[in-house]
Design a protein around this ligand. Structure first.
Ligand code: NAP
Length: 442
């Protein structure tokens, strides 16, 4: 028999557990620092992306398996140590994702009104540890970055509270969004239209936004020589470019809200006396590497908020090697050190869709199981050590939220939603989540 600990109950950790379960003698303990499972699916996937979020049904089946034990509200490094895990498990699979935000590093980042997209997404997703709220009145907002997270943030802000009523976003957050007088969102893109990372499905979704004009300056839709080559050879690039060309050719409809795509612009400074009043952009020109300073000057965008959406970074973990520059755990095919493995964004960086984590887990788990071989020795000892660890958690005063505890939180959120005429409303208060999730056990 083999005993494996998984750190992180997000999609990468749970896909890892699912892969481990394919071997019939494996037992898996999944730990998460939050009292709730599903990680990025619950707190990162946009609230209006119901179809993507429905993967929780698949993840739930894995976590409810009799050979899996979910322990929420348990943080690696705080409640359990590497030493604890070495004693109780044959292997540890780290799946902690990439929760931190990359920063532009330009002057003015300290001003109120400058946000990391990671923080804003946590806030509107009702994350119990959200560090910020979008409560500064802003008529115009700049979102920096040409990835799908920028599109999520722009879409959520433009929909506002009223447009998100059919989601699980907490009511007070919907109200805060509705109080904001937002009219314009500018997506700031440093390279050309052939180099964006938006996916075409996410772009086309913007066409369904009620009362929003999609505005593109056709003068900046240049491809350059390499861009043209990519347009000619890569269907995905051609699709994306054609969407923007179509939008640029449409007459504006004088809608109440506007979404601008500002290509070939690099943010160089956030400015304002006491809070954000604008974003200075350098004009770029296309070159072989993507873009360079065109030498043709700067422009100032009058915005009251800047949202930096330029990628995520992993967080270092005690007793696990870390590559600060890349923001991930260095590994070879998921192998980190004897007994320690990684999967998901902490393994390969913040890229891909939820399903990408399946293939990622398959690779890592194959290596983990190959390294363990047909381990059968010390089975009783390991089983006892696992039981001891869970006992020790209780002795240390940890309030473990079990899978049953999570189902109680789930039921409470559905009840709260029904009371508000909705399908579900997320509970954001960490104390309340833990109280509900541990009520049965106490
Ligand atoms: P991303 O796709 O890597 O995009 C990051 C963007 O930031 C890029 O356009 C990048 O430009 C830009 N950037 C980086 N440094 C910059 C700087 N200093 N100045 C200006 N721009 C800068 O990251 P993401 O949007 O955070 O998404 C993370 C992953 O989640 C992606 O794989 C994404 O597809 C996925 N995701 C998927 C969905 C969905 O499928 N519905 C939704 C959300 C996220 P360069 O290209 O020039 O470096």
């Amino acid at each position: 028999m083999v005993h494996v600990a998984v750190i992180g109950a997000g999609p990468s950790g749970v896909f890892g557990a699912a892969e481990l379960l394919k071997r019939p003698d494996v037992f898996v303990d999944v730990f998460d620092r939050l009292p709730t499972p599903f990680g990025l699916v619950r707190y990162g996937v946009a609230p209006d992306h119901h179809k993507i979020k429905s993967v929780t049904r698949v993840l739930s089946k894995v976590l409810a398996d009799p050979r899996v034990r979910f322990s929420g509200n348990i943080e690696y490094g705080r409640d359990v140590t590497a030493e604890d895990l070495r004693a109780a498990y044959d292997g540890v699979l780290v799946a902690t994702g990439a929760p931190l935000a990359r920063k532009l590093g330009v002057p003015g980042e300290e001003l109120p009104g400058n946000y990391a997209a990671a923080d804003l997404v946590s806030w509107y997703s009702g994350h119990p540890h959200a560090r910020t709220a979008f409560d500064i009145p802003a008529e115009a907002v700049a979102v920096v970055g040409a990835g799908n997270v920028s599109l999520d943030v722009a879409r959520v802000l433009l929909k506002g509270g009223a447009g998100l009523a059919d989601t699980d976003v907490p009511e007070e957050i919907l109200r805060t969004l509705d109080r904001n007088p937002l009219r314009d969102v500018h997506i700031v893109i440093r390279r050309g239209v052939a180099d964006v990372k938006f996916s075409s499905a996410e772009l086309l979704e913007l066409e369904k936004l009620d009362g929003v004009d999609l505005l593109v300056d056709d003068q900046n839709l240049v491809l350059g020589r390499t861009g043209q080559q990519r347009y000619d050879c890569d269907r995905t690039v051609a699709q994306t470019v054609d969407i923007f060309r179509r939008w640029a050719a449409r007459p504006a409809r004088a809608a109440a809200k506007r979404l601008f795509f500002r290509f070939l612009r690099s943010p160089v400074e956030i400015f304002g006396a006491h809070r954000v009043e604008g974003l200075r952009l350098r004009h770029n020109a296309i070159d072989a590497a993507g873009a360079r300073d065109s030498g043709s000057g700067y422009e100032d965008l009058a915005v009251q908020a800047v949202i930096q959406s330029i990628g995520y970074l992993g967080e270092p973990l005690p007793d696990v090697p870390f590559d600060d520059a890349r923001g991930l755990v260095p590994n070879v095919g998921g192998r980190v050190a004897p007994g320690i493995y990684v999967t998901g964004w902490i393994k390969r960086g913040p890229s891909g869709i939820i399903g990408t984590n399946k293939a990622c887990a398959i690779e890592t788990v194959a290596h983990l199981l190959a390294d363990l071989g047909q381990k059968t020795a010390d089975n009783d000892e390991r089983t006892a050590a696992r039981a001891q660890l869970h006992e020790a958690l209780r002795e240390r005063g940890c309030r473990v939220v079990t899978w049953d505890g999570w189902t109680d939180i789930d039921a409470a959120e559905i009840t709260l939603g029904r009371q508000q005429g909705r399908t579900r409303t997320k509970i954001t208060d960490i104390g309340a989540l833990v109280d509900i999730g541990t009520a049965r056990a106490s």
